[in-house]
Design a protein around this ligand. Structure first.
Ligand code: FAD
Ligand code: DHB
Length: 390
C-alpha cells in the first residue's frame, strides 16, 4: 500500500492529524494497535483549551462538543478550608470546555469513516524503516495476522508515550529531558452529579484532590497517592472517605455514586528534542509528557498536529520544506511553556513526602498570592485556557 502520510496511533494526535490532512486533500492511513472499542472507552483527559475547541470547530468536528461540552468560565483553588476562584473570563476573556477525551476520539473516528478512510485497528508488530530516505515504510500485521506494508512520503509518530516510533530514533540523534514526581493520581469516574459547578483543585495536608466532571450526571475525581500504589489497596469506600476528608470545605457536600471506572496514573515530565528524525515526525505524547495537573497533554498533542498538518501540506502540495524544518522548534516553544506550567501547578498543589514545614509554608504563600493578586491569577488563567497560537 502507498499513502502520503503514514500515521501510527489513533489517539487525539493521530486522528486530528488525519482529519486536517484530509481537509487539505492529503491522504493518510492511521494504524492503531488497539480495537476501536478500546480507544473509544479509554478514560483520560477532560479539559479542552479554548484554542483546541476553536480548532476542532474550524475543522468541522465540534458539533457534539458544542452541544454536550460544558463551558467553564473559571476554576477554584481550595486551600485553608475555602475556595478561591480564578475567573478565566474576567481575567482573559476566554474559557475552557469540559468534554471527555474519549468523546473527542469518538467524534474523530466517526469523521474518518465519513471520509472513507477509517483507521486500521488491532494491528501489531508495527515497525518503521528507511526514515532517512524520501520513501519511509511502516511494516505491521493486520488484525487477521497477515503482513502489511505502507510506503509513505512521511511518517507521523502519534503513538503515545509507550509507542515504538520514538525508539526508532538512533541514540545520539535526540536528547531526552525528564523528571518524575514522587506521587501518582488515582482517578475515578462516578455516576453522581457534580458537587460543584466548576473544577476544584485542592491543596490538603493529606494530599492533592481534584473535583472534575464529564456531564450533569457524571463526576470525575482524582486523589494524590503514592507512586507505587496498587489499585487493589483502594476499595471504593476508602476512595470516598479520602475524598471527603481532602475536599472538605464549609458549605460543600461531596455527592457519592457508583464507581464506573478507576485507575492509577504515574506523573512525569518528559521531552524529546528534536521531535523529528529524517522523515519521521513525532507529535503528542510520543514526544512529550506533562503531569496532568495543568490539563495540558491532549491540548499539546492537538497543537503539534495543527503545525504538522500545515507543514505537510507545504511539502506535499508545494514541495516546500521550510515549515517541516521549523516544526520541532516551533512546537517545542509551546511544549516547554506547558511543561513549566504543569510542573508549577503540580509543585504548588501536591504534598511532597520529604517537604519540611518551610517548604509547605512556601506552597501556601504561593497559593494565597495566586488567588489574591490579579496579575498572578491572570498568569495561571492565561496558561490554563490556552495561550494563543504563535
Ligand atoms: P495517546 O492518546 O496515548 O494515543 C496514542 C495511540 O497510539 C493510542 O491509541 C495507542 O493505543 C496507540 N499505539 C501505541 N503504540 C502503538 C503501536 N506500536 N502501533 C500502533 N498504535 C500504537 N490532557 C489534557 O489535555 N487535559 C486533561 O485534562 C488531561 N487529563 C489527563 C488525565 C489522566 C488520568 C491521563 C492519563 C492523562 C491526561 N491528559 C490530559 C493527557 C492526555 O490524555 C494525553 O496527553 C493524550 O492522550 C495524548 O494524545 P496522543 O494522541 O499523543 O497519545
Ligand atoms: C481533568 C483532568 C486533569 O488532569 C485536570 O487537570 C483537570 C480535569 C479531568 O479528567 O476532568
Amino acid at each position: 500500500m502507498r499513502t502520503q502520510v503514514g500515521i501510527v496511533g489513533a489517539g487525539p494526535a493521530g486522528l486530528v492529524l488525519a482529519h486536517l490532512l484530509h481537509l487539505d486533500g492529503i491522504d493518510s492511513v492511521v494504524l492503531e494497535a488497539r480495537s476501536r472499542e478500546y480507544v473509544e472507552r479509554r478514560v483520560r483527559a477532560g479539559v479542552l483549551e479554548q484554542p483546541t475547541v476553536e480548532l476542532l470547530r474550524a475543522a468541522g468536528v465540534a458539533d457534539r462538543l458544542d452541544r454536550e461540552g460544558l463551558v467553564h468560565h473559571g476554576i477554584s483553588l481550595r486551600f485553608d478550608g475555602s475556595d478561591h476562584r480564578i475567573a478565566f473570563d474576567e481575567l482573559t476573556g476566554r474559557s475552557i470546555a469540559v468534554y471527555g477525551q474519549q468523546e473527542v476520539v469518538k467524534d474523530l473516528i466517526a469523521a474518518r469513516f465519513v471520509a472513507g478512510a477509517p483507521p486500521l485497528f488491532d494491528v501489531s508488530d508495527v515497525a518503521v524503516h528507511d526514515l532517512t530516505t524520501e520513501s519511509p515504510r511502516i511494516s505491521f500485521r493486520t488484525a487477521d495476522g497477515s503482513h502489511g506494508e505502507l510506503i509513505c512520503d512521511v511518517i507521523a509518530g502519534c503513538d503515545g508515550f509507550h509507542g515504538i516510533t520514538r525508539d526508532a530514533i538512533p541514540a545520539g540523534a535526540a536528547t531526552v529531558y525528564e523528571h518524575t514526581y514522587p506521587f501518582a493520581w488515582l482517578g475515578i469516574l462516578a455516576e453522581a452529579p457534580p458537587s460543584h459547578s466548576e473544577l476544584i483543585y485542592t491543596y490538603h495536608e493529606r494530599g492533592f484532590a481534584l473535583h472534575s466532571m464529564r456531564s450533569p450526571r457524571v463526576t470525575r475525581l482524582y486523589l494524590q497517592v503514592a507512586p507505587d500504589e496498587e489499585i487493589a489497596a483502594w476499595p471504593d469506600e476508602r476512595i470516598w472517605a479520602e475524598l471527603h476528608l481532602r475536599l472538605h470545605a464549609d458549605g460543600f457536600t461531596l455527592t457519592e455514586g457508583a464507581v464506573l471506572e478507576k485507575g492509577i496514573t504515574g506523573m512525569r515530565s518528559f521531552v524529546v528534542e528534536p521531535m523529528r528524525y529524517g522523515r519521521l515526525f513525532l507529535a503528542g505524547d510520543a514526544a512529550h509528557i506533562v503531569p496532568p495537573t495543568g490539563a495540558k497533554g491532549m491540548n499539546l498533542a492537538i497543537a503539534d498536529v495543527r503545525r504538522l498538518s500545515a507543514a505537510l501540506a507545504a511539502l506535499l502540495r508545494e514541495r516546500r520544506t521550510d515549515l517541516l524544518d521549523s516544526y520541532s522548534d516551533a512546537c517545542l516553544r509551546r511544549v516547554w511553556r506547558a511543561e513549566h506550567f504543569s510542573w508549577w501547578m503540580t509543585s504548588m498543589l501536591h504534598r511532597f513526602a520529604d517537604a519540611d514545614p518551610f517548604q509547605q509554608r512556601l506552597q501556601l504563600s504561593q497559593l494565597r498570592y495566586t488567588a489574591s493578586s490579579r496579575p498572578a491569577a491572570t498568569s495561571l488563567a492565561e496558561n490554563y485556557v490556552g495561550l494563543p497560537w504563535e
